[in-house]
Design a protein around this ligand. Structure first.
Ligand SMILES: Cc1ncc(COP(=O)(O)O)c(C=O)c1O
Length: 458
């Protein structure tokens, strides 16, 4: 019988790595929907470790058992793949991570890795914090970020990084203006950050150009593309280094789980960090800071998300078509001031939207599920009519949520973007009269009927 010493387990680990690569190569041949449906889970794995189940297992276990001390040693020294302890990894989470990495890198030869987190906010923190390490050889640090970001991101940057840590946070108020990004970047900048499209103002930016600018300065571009999803926009293919997703949204569209994903391509650009970090950022993050900080995802949330992700592209296609019809209806309504939606002719960055927002495989333009409407008020800064409209909705849910199969409406100035105050809201262009509509998969006629009901209250 073969002696099971350390070398035995290291060899076994190498076989496991080769096996994983074989599955990745197989999935790389598939179309988007097939990748989303199967990921890396196959018959062999099912028969070997899951009683032939066609669905991926939910591993409700805190820890992995090892066959002997050498097995443990090989695993814990990262000499063989192992999941060890569910704060660090879990076999269920693994299937989600592998599928997400494949989808974000879809259509490219780029190798990419993913680490799943307990929330989108945790993914943003995990993605950005490693670049904010002390380095006395560099000037005082700053970050350059679009001001058009989700309220939680605004708070994480302005309060946690700015006020609490004294990091200079430089806001780009017009993300379509390349000069503004360029002016704000200098020798102290650690990363550039943008949201595509931004929640809730539905602004976008030129990912390819901003990535080039960042790289010319030796720093990475990090993109939150939650509101597009990889079914429409894959920033890594356009040069971004890291993508974060609040998979809570359209990826886990049923609304059962709060989930974050950090997907990074290999060999990222950075002024700080060691070679291991730059070579494979997501795996490095998982092995080191993520392990130490503990923002991991529960196995149940991972499998629920994976299940919803299988139908991401057809769902986005339907939601996008409905959102366009709804946007046109609202734009032509006399009680509406403005509608922001990348599919409208009136959209300020129409060419960029057409360039970056295309349905995977299909190739046609589609503009996702989120739109922002500003209701006509008698005076600027007042939200009387807006409240009448909002409170008049019956089927559409009043909630601070988006990407759901159920349509949800949000008055952002009094909710998601309340804490950032008047000044922060004006930086992010969020008026008191703004209502974000996250279009679901209901029939468009019923959505429009409910919006009409609300508008008739004014
Ligand atoms: C664009 C965007 N990024 C990040 C987040 C934060 O994600 P989570 O709620 O999963 O922490 C949100 C939440 O709404 C979001 O809309």
């Amino acid at each position: 019988m073969e002696k099971k010493d350390l070398q035995y387990w290291v060899n076994k680990g190498q076989q496991m790595v080769a096996d994983r690569q074989r599955r990745i190569d197989r999935a790389k041949q598939w179309k988007f929907d097939t990748v989303a449906t199967h990921g890396l889970y196959d018959l062999q794995q099912s028969l070997e470790s899951n009683n032939g189940s066609i669905m991926e297992p939910v591993y409700l276990s805190t820890a992995q058992a090892y066959e002997d001390s050498y097995h443990m040693e090989a695993g814990l020294s990262y000499q063989m793949p192992n999941w060890c302890y569910s704060r660090i990894a879990n076999p269920s989470t693994y299937f989600l991570e592998e599928t997400a990495a494949l989808l974000e890198a879809y259509g490219t030869d780029l190798p990419a890795s993913c680490v799943a987190t307990a929330s989108g906010m945790a993914a943003i923190r995990t993605a950005t914090e490693p670049f904010l390490i002390k380095d006395d050889s560099l000037p005082p640090m700053n970050i350059v970020t679009s001001a058009k970001v989700y309220g939680g991101t605004f708070q994480q940057f302005s309060v946690r990084r700015g006020e609490e840590q004294g990091i200079d946070v430089r806001w780009v108020t017009n993300p379509t203006d390349l000069d503004e990004w360029a002016e704000k970047i200098d020798e102290g900048t650690r990363f550039v950050y943008g949201e595509f499209p931004s929640n809730p103002s539905v602004d976008i930016f030129d990912i390819e150009a901003v990535a080039k600018l960042a790289h010319a300065n030796g720093i990475p571009l990090i993109v939150d593309s939650t509101c597009a999803s990889p079914a429409l926009t894959r920033p890594l293919a356009w040069g971004a280094d890291i993508v974060v997703q609040s998979a809570t949204k359209v990826m886990a569209a049923s609304g059962t789980s709060v989930v974050g994903l950090l997907i990074a391509k290999h060999d990222i650009v950075s002024r700080v960090g060691n070679d291991e970090m730059q070579a494979d950022f997501a795996t490095w993050a998982k092995f080191w800071p993520f392990r130490d900080n503990g923002p991991g995802l529960h196995a149940m949330g991972a499998i629920m998300t994976l299940n919803d992700m299988r139908t991401l592209r057809p769902r986005i296609a339907q939601m996008s078509d409905t959102a366009l019809t709804v946007s046109r209806f609202l734009e032509n309504h006399p009680k509406v001031d403005r509608v922001f939606y990348p599919g409208l002719e009136s959209y300020h960055a129409r060419d960029l939207a057409k360039k970056y927002m295309r349905l995977a495989d299909d190739g046609r333009n589609a503009y996702s599920y989120m739109l922002m409407v500003e209701i006509k008020e008698a005076r600027d800064g007042v939200n009387t009519n807006t409240r009448k409209f909002y409170d008049g909705l019956d089927m559409i849910w009043r909630a601070t949520d988006l990407g759901r199969v159920k349509t949800v409406a949000t008055m952002n100035a009094i909710s998601t973007h309340q804490q950032q105050g008047e000044k922060g809201r004006s930086l992010a262009s969020i008026k008191p009269s703004a209502v974000r509509i996250a279009v679901g998969v209901e029939h468009r006629d019923d959505i429009i009927a409910d919006l009409t009901r609300g508008l008739n209250r004014i």
